[in-house]
Design a protein around this ligand. Structure first.
Ligand code: FE2
Ligand code: FE2
Length: 220
């Protein structure tokens, strides 16, 4: 049997109950990131097993405190991930590398500390996760998430200003978040393949914002 398929079907049973109430970091996000990761791997290389499993488990940190909306960094999910990994007898010699990918999947080169990793597997998981944050799917996800944290769509009286991105600090509105993070992701892609895939998604967001502001002002 395919080792990846076998591992994912076991892990899905394990994590489904935890992610079932999530909308943005749900099982479909995990599958999309995994499929994007495997697609990038075909062109860029790297360990397929590590990329698939790390992608599928990367956002457990988003659900470990589901009743608390405060951001929990990925490293806090590692004990739970190790536990389910060992319980399901997945490939022992790959575990450390998978945990590394998960711990560092949310590092960005536009932050003060920059991106501290350079292994191809983590770089691909980062790219796959960031591709799912932009484009049409990214727009759908960002508005869902900001509705969940009860923030407004747009506050035109608060200027959009360049600031250091910090995941734990919430922007005043969803539209502000496009400028603090989403529009920066295109230049944050690590691999050639992801850079290419990010371009149409980025353009689509710019088009969306242009239309949004015109409609907001009553000009369209
Ligand atoms: Fe994450
Ligand atoms: Fe994610």
């Amino acid at each position: 049997m395919d080792l990846i398929k076998d591992a994912i079907s076991k892990l899905e049973i394990e994590i489904k109950p935890f992610v079932k109430d999530k909308i943005v970091h749900d099982i479909s996000h995990l599958y999309r990131v995994m499929n994007l990761g495997l697609h990038i791997q075909e062109k860029e290389g790297g360990d397929r097993y590590v990329i698939a499993i790390a992608s599928f488990l990367h956002d457990i940190h988003r659900v470990i405190k589901s009743d608390n909306i405060i951001y929990v960094p990925p490293k806090y999910s590692l004990p739970y991930i190790s536990k389910i990994y060992e319980k399901n007898h997945l490939l022992k010699d790959k575990m450390e590398q998978i945990l590394h990918c998960i711990e560092f999947h949310e590092e960005y080169n536009f932050t003060k500390q920059g991106n501290p990793v350079d292994d191809i597997e983590t770089l691909i998981v980062q790219d796959a996760d960031n591709l799912d944050a932009i484009g049409a799917v990214g727009i759908a996800r960002v508005f869902s998430f900001w509705a969940y944290i009860e923030r407004p769509i747009w506050l035109p009286n608060i200027p959009i200003k360049e600031k250091d991105f910090d995941e734990s600090k919430i922007d005043p509105s969803t539209i502000h978040h496009f400028y603090s993070k989403l529009l920066k992701l295109k230049d944050n892609m690590n691999t050639k393949t992801a850079k290419k895939m990010a371009l149409p998604r980025h353009k689509f967001m710019l088009k969306f914002l242009d239309e949004f502001f015109k409609e907001w002002r009553g000009e369209a």
